[in-house]
Write a protein that binds this ligand. Structure first.
Ligand code: PEP
Ligand code: MN
Length: 357
């Protein structure tokens, strides 16, 4: 089975958007049950309770998760409060223990996704499972690596797949703990429209204040759900304390989310009319670009005959100047037009370079 052909059905059993909530780490039975109870009482529309049992920590000698005993607590949460459950697995042993404990959703963490050996080991341990498996994006913005992890799972006949956008790490300081990259997530959706994409605003923000905004952005992009770290007493959490929220805050946040419709809500006719106009303009743009490239080719032949260098820095300067000036006159952003013209100019140079050979 090819990833392109995969149509996972697991998401259908959940309300939209599907919300996964629960603590970063399982700490004690009391903390797990208190948090689950808090979520239930808050009225938040949560379907799945998460908790990290084995924690990948940046530095050694810290708390690395309670280990297998936490799986018992997850089971208790399921029995007492009716939530489905989810945890992170990072090796074959974790997978076997989580399957044995009947965890409903297993996810591969960002650090693991970045390592093909780890992903292969996990995939092989999961072979033929019908459980839902979610793959967080790798820590570095590499769509191929992310997709590769899914392909390894499909290769072991693991088909109930989904992904989680949790942002990408960077050395530069920014307002995010892990910078979101909506472009990569949207490219993923474009290529694999049937694979559900969730968002993890907690690990993107690294704090409580940005959560609502990032969650809303995910809804605007049509994501299928959210994973939000929630703790009965966030300030006392053993891991990721700064970003965890109380069940009540979670309920409030979810209640304020604007869920966007994926269908056209009766505006089909108007939207389709405008789309036809847009397609017409796109065809004209393509025709104009083709004429432009043909002219470049002519110039290229002249350069070749007369041994003139292909790239002329002054020429790019002129194009950049007039295009950004025009952009401003017509109310478009300079950055956008510069990006477009840079791509056009690069293609021209490329065409002329090919002629030279
Ligand atoms: C987590 O979900 O607690 C976690 C460790 O996330 P990530 O793999 O995104 O860092
Ligand atoms: Mn965490």
């Amino acid at each position: 089975m090819k990833l392109e052909e995969l149509k996972p059905t697991w998401i259908e059993q959940y309300k939209k958007p599907m919300i996964i909530a629960g603590p970063c780490s399982a700490e004690s039975e009391t903390q797990m049950l208190e948090t689950a109870k808090g979520i239930k009482l808050s009225g938040a529309e949560v379907s799945v309770f998460r908790a990290g049992i084995w924690k990948p920590r940046t530095k050694p000698n810290g708390f690395e998760g309670v280990g297998e005993i936490g799986l018992k607590w997850l089971r208790k949460v399921k029995e007492e409060y009716g939530f489905r459950t989810a945890t992170e697995v990072a090796n074959a042993h974790h997978v076997l223990a989580a399957l044995e404990a009947d965890v409903d959703i297993l996810w591969i963490g960002a650090r693991s996704t970045a390592n093909p050996f780890t992903v292969q080991e996990i995939a092989m341990a999961l072979r033929d499972t019908t459980k839902t498996v979610l793959v967080k994006n790798p820590v570095n913005p590499d769509l191929g690596l992310w997709v590769g992890a899914l392909e390894r799972l499909v290769g072991q006949n693991v088909t109930q797949l989904g992904v989680i956008h949790r942002g990408f790490s960077s050395y530069q300081k920014s307002k995010y703990r892990n910078n979101p990259n909506w472009q990569i997530a949207l490219d993923f959706i474009r290529q694999y429209p049937h694979i559900p994409v969730l968002n993890d605003p907690s690990h993107i923000c690294g704090n409580r204040t940005g959560l609502a905004e990032v969650s809303q952005e995910a809804m605007n992009c049509g994501f299928a759900g959210l994973m939000i770290e929630t703790h009965c007493s966030p300030d006392d959490a053993w891991t990721d304390a700064e970003q965890q929220i109380t069940p009540d805050r979670l309920a409030e946040m979810i209640a304020h989310l604007k869920i966007r419709n994926l269908d056209l809500c009766g505006y089909d006719e108007e939207i389709n009319r405008r789309r036809t106009q847009i397609s017409d303009l796109d065809f004209q743009l393509i025709e104009l670009l083709s004429q432009r490239m043909k002219l470049s080719e002519k110039i290229g032949s002249l350069k070749k005959e007369n041994n003139i260098a292909v790239f002329q820095p002054d020429r790019w300067k002129t194009i950049a100047e007039y295009s950004t000036m025009k952009a401003e006159e017509s109310g478009m952003s300079r950055e956008f037009i510069e990006k477009v013209f840079r791509a056009i100019h690069e293609e021209s140079v490329e065409i002329q370079n090919r002629l030279m050979h």
